[in-house]
Design a protein around this ligand. Structure first.
Ligand SMILES: Cc1cc2nc3c(=O)[nH]c(=O)nc-3n(C[C@H](O)[C@H](O)[C@H](O)COP(=O)(O)OP(=O)(O)OC[C@H]3O[C@@H](n4cnc5c(N)ncnc54)[C@H](O)[C@@H]3O)c2cc1C
Length: 403
């Protein structure tokens, strides 16, 4: 059986869900397909996949009616950041007060965002969200892109959107090439109990072996989410330690930043990729989120960039619709690419440079780097500029990200 829709979105992660939610008020018939089960709102202990959402992401989610669907009790705003070198000789502290805002960002479980997006789309009659539904094949036909689903059904769309993550099938089918390299890093994530309260501060330390982050979690003020990036041999070793030894190792590596640390969950390990598509668009097709770019999680920016991609693509489609133009035409998609690729490229390059800088063992480079951190720490204007960056403010935000 074959049927036609206006837009097929492959992937119901946060980027795909955001695009569907942002277009939900229009007359376009949207089919979102995802191979996984429908996202459900987590209960009880925190899920292990956490993201730090910027002010821009919060605005986007608010103005698409998604934020109110996220339970306040599971959100943890943070109002300061503390970045330290592993030597303990360089430190920068940032605070939301520097730019007169209440908080810099919000720590939230990915599952909470995904479940709220799902609920928002469930209320929209124009959006059909199908789970347990894998796209098996994609070809370009006379009527547009034709997608074959796992049950053999085919769907034709005027616009096909790849929101299907780092190993995007859509990107491959469209022969959109990527540049990137293996970061060689593996990220270990877990939930921790800490002796000292986190005080709504996101902490990041740079060890020779890679960065670690202690991110404040909702609850009694003594729980943090860990993201510890390390070379594979060290990551393997850390994954094999028993809970008590892992906790002791982390307490020591963090120089007792939050006192004694105790593991409060299982550990998960993710290989860290680094890639960027040369083009995000071609005739009748666009990539958003990790399908277009994957960056090191050390700056906590991946999904913030993905949400902005979705919002800008929705804004360009909306602009063409309101002007009575062909909303799926290549120039519309190219406008989306122009607005997003440069911004994402800057972030990808910054993360690569940051990682290299903090891996240096040469004493002179370390001295200059750490002196630089201390200099930044004493320079109010520089720090305010960096907080604005962390808030996700840039020159070409979609309207909904600014309100
Ligand atoms: C350890 C770690 C920590 C991170 N921390 C942060 C952070 O603090 N802040 C931040 O902004 N980012 C962070 N990130 C990055 C962030 O998690 C990703 O950028 C984000 O999850 C990508 O979302 P997405 O929707 O683009 O892709 P995904 O989440 O990968 O979703 C892709 C979806 O596509 C579906 N799919 C794939 N193939 C098919 C197919 N053939 N058919 C149907 N469905 C398909 C999958 O089921 C999946 O649901 C972190 C990443 C890691 C690894």
């Amino acid at each position: 059986m074959q049927h036609n829709v206006d837009i097929v979105i492959v992937g119901g992660g946060m980027a795909g869900g955001m695009l569907a939610a942002a277009l939900a008020e229009h007359s376009l018939r949207i089919l979102l397909v995802d191979a996984a089960a429908p996202p459900t709102m987590p209960q009880g202990a925190a899920d292990l996949r956490i993201s730090a959402l910027t002010e821009s992401s919060e605005n986007l989610l608010r103005h698409t009616g998604v934020w109110p669907l996220m339970p306040t009790a599971r959100l943890q705003p943070y109002n300061s950041m503390d970045v330290r070198d592993g030597d303990g000789t360089g430190e920068v502290q940032f605070s939301s007060e520097a730019v007169g805002v209440d908080h810099i960002g919000t720590l939230v479980e990915n599952q909470v965002v995904a479940a709220a997006l799902y609920q928002r789309c469930d209320d929209a009659s124009q959006v059909v969200w199908r789970n347990h539904c894998r796209v098996e094949n994609i070809v370009r036909g006379a009527e547009g892109w034709q997608v074959t689903l796992g049950d053999g059904e085919t769907v034709c769309a005027r616009l096909l959107v790849g929101a299907d993550g780092a190993r995007s099938l859509v990107r491959g089918a469209a022969e959109l090439t990527t540049a990137g390299r293996d970061t060689g890093h593996v990220a270990i994530v877990a939930t921790l109990n800490t002796e000292h309260p986190h005080q709504q501060c996101a902490r990041q330390g740079f060890l020779d072996s890679g960065p670690f982050a202690l991110l404040p979690l909702f609850g009694d003020g003594h729980q943090c989410s860990l993201v510890w990036s390390a070379w594979p041999t060290l990551a393997d070793e850390l994954m094999q330690l028993n809970d008590a030894d892992f906790s002791a190792r982390l307490t020591q590596a963090s120089q007792e930043w939050l006192g004694e640390i105790t593991l409060a969950s299982e550990r998960l390990a993710f290989p860290i990729q680094d890639l960027h598509a040369g083009d995000y668009v071609t005739d009748g097709l666009a990539l958003i989120g990790d399908a277009a770019h994957v960056i090191h999680p050390l700056a906590g920016q991946g999904i913030n960039l993905g949400l902005l991609d979705a919002a800008v693509l929705a804004e360009e489609i909306e602009r063409a619709l309101l002007a009575g133009r062909d909303w799926s035409a290549l120039p519309v998609l190219q406008r989306y690419q122009r607005r997003r690729r440069g911004h994402n490229a800057t972030m990808v390059s910054a993360m690569r440079a940051f990682k290299v800088l903090f891996e240096q063992r040469a004493p002179l480079i370390r001295f200059v780097r750490n002196s630089g951190m201390n200099l930044v720490n004493r320079h109010g204007l520089l720090k305010a500029a960096m907080v604005r960056q962390a808030l996700g403010r840039n020159d070409d935000l979609p309207k909904k990200a600014m309100l």
